[in-house]
Design a protein around this ligand. Sequence first.
Ligand code: IVH
Length: 672
Amino acid sequence: MQRAETPEEKIKRLREEIRRHDYNYYVLANPEISDYEYDMLVKELEELEKKYPHLITPDSPTQRVGSDLTREFPPVEHRVPMLSLANTYSEEELLDFDRRVREGLNGESYEYVTELKIDGVSVSLIYKNGYFVQAATRGDGKVGEEITNNVKTIRSVPLLVNLEKLPEILRPEFEVRGEIFMSVEAFEKLNEQRALNGEKTFANPRNLTAGTLKLQDPKIVAQRPLDIFTYFLLGPESYESTQFDDLNYLKAAGFKVNPHFKLCKNIEEVLAYCREWERKRDSLPYEIDGVVIKVNSTVQQKKLGTIAKSPRWAVAFKFKARQAKTKLHKITWQVGRTGTLTPVAELEPVFLAGSTISRATLHNIDEIRRKDIREGDTVIIEKGGDVIPKVVGVVLSERRPDSKPVEPPELCPVCGSPVFNPADEVAIFCVNSQCPAQIKGRLIHFASREAMDIDGFGEALIEQFVDLGYLKTFPDIYELKNHRDELIKIERLGERSVDNLLASIEKSKEQPFHRVLFALGIRFVGAGVALKLAHRFKNIDALINADAQTLEETPDVGSKISESILKYFADEHNRQMIEKLREAGLKFEEETSSATGKLEGLSFVLTGTLSSMSRNEAKEKIIALGGKFVSSVSSKTDYVVVGENPGSKYDKAKKLGVKTVGEEEFLKLIEE
Ligand code: IVH
């Protein structure tokens, strides 16, 4: 008779089994057992580990989701810098690249490996003796941030690999680089959910992936279906291989590798691959934005070396923005918060770049006339990376003979008031400031993220409250608490969400003066100008009493803005409304902090993305501390703040010898 398994043996067996099923399911997408059977195995393991906690190891499949919050993402220096790639946009440029490779290799023969360029977030993974020990973001290429706990939740990242399948030299320690991404389907599902909850939605799967990797709670990360394709294997200095072999090693060791890589004998085969995938990109369940072309031999890669931030042995071929042809049924006019009527193309729904598009902005009547866009036309629409779809042209051969040029409306489509067109502007306006569309637009702007940032107060809810008669002006928002009992009876709202909303409304009273000023929605006073006005005038009374000349002494404020401000405060209704908001407890004075003026006289340029704040927030901070935020680098720039995926400003800073600082250092500079 066989002896019974010891708990230790049983745990080991269960882990191996679960690891195999994870691999089959998450890497190969080819499960052998049902979800139920899988869950039972995990449950059995969990129970055993609970009983014998001393047997828990970090690589156990139960340890993917740690319970601790990640308070910070400590910096990690990359052993080998994480380079970015030079981009090419045409076949000629690819031929140039090939010519440079040929010249660099002095007549040696060479091959390429082509791979799909996954549109996600690059990551470095370190394995020691086969165990996953650390994950880091790219950061500025030299120093990234440690995100091990979040990456651990990704089921296609193996916690223990099959070392026997790797060359011996790699076994003690190796690094793998790859792209973390989210499928288009998962992205859309999550975004829909967020929209329903009144949370901000993400522009594309890449942004959602990046946002997810920076969450502090791995439990939430684990609920988001992140995935990975690995494409790079790094060993010690003396490790020699080829990209093609490395991809196969990665696969054999248990990593997920995109299946569409190809060994190409020459640049013609590379071009054919690029053409093929530009055509087929939409057939993939994830986003790709191009093809990556790499010289196959790592020995030749070394010979070719790198210039600046990108290797001479690899290049990216970027796809053109995707276009689609569809029917433009109708042009409707949308009324914004300032009364502007914006034409919108109502399209026959068409699938483009991962989402179905049924509307596109047409900007203004001049644009429509310039492109001669008419109702009933067949149009070409385009969608770049993050941008809103736009109509780029008309297929004239398909125009109906009876079609007529578009005329702007004479009456507001929402309230029926007359519209007017100021002499010096293209825009047309609804003259009725009480037009429901304007009321809603103003309130939506007031609550938005850059303004009062009232969490959970999205467009749909605001519109509903306006329609039900609870809201008309900004002060009404702060009166909502008096209607709590009625609000909780509104369908789909309930006590919890009403109380959460009321709490966020209360919290918004803490917003600084410049945000309140921006939230008022004074025409031409954007977030940046509001910040400068707040800084200069310190409080609302000084601003109300300022004349045109004083206003125009503020940086960025010209006669157009000063006129708009004077007009706004000349209106008795506006001044009364501000009084009510002040009584409600909103801030109409700039807070004085000891740090004010800390960055006085210093100018900053930002390149790349920061993980701890948006571009706008960084700008606000710099200006609030007395610094200058500029858009391009010159020798007069004091600091270039370098975030993730920096652009050409980084190179320029280096060239001009301007001081560059990483995110960490920048945070120290602005610390109050
Ligand atoms: S190779 C020096 N291969 O594209 C080698 N990159 O600008 C650089 N990417 O930062 C990376 N798919 O985030 C490589 N198959 C692939 C890739 C890929 C996507 C991303 C990666 C990198 C950027 C290059």
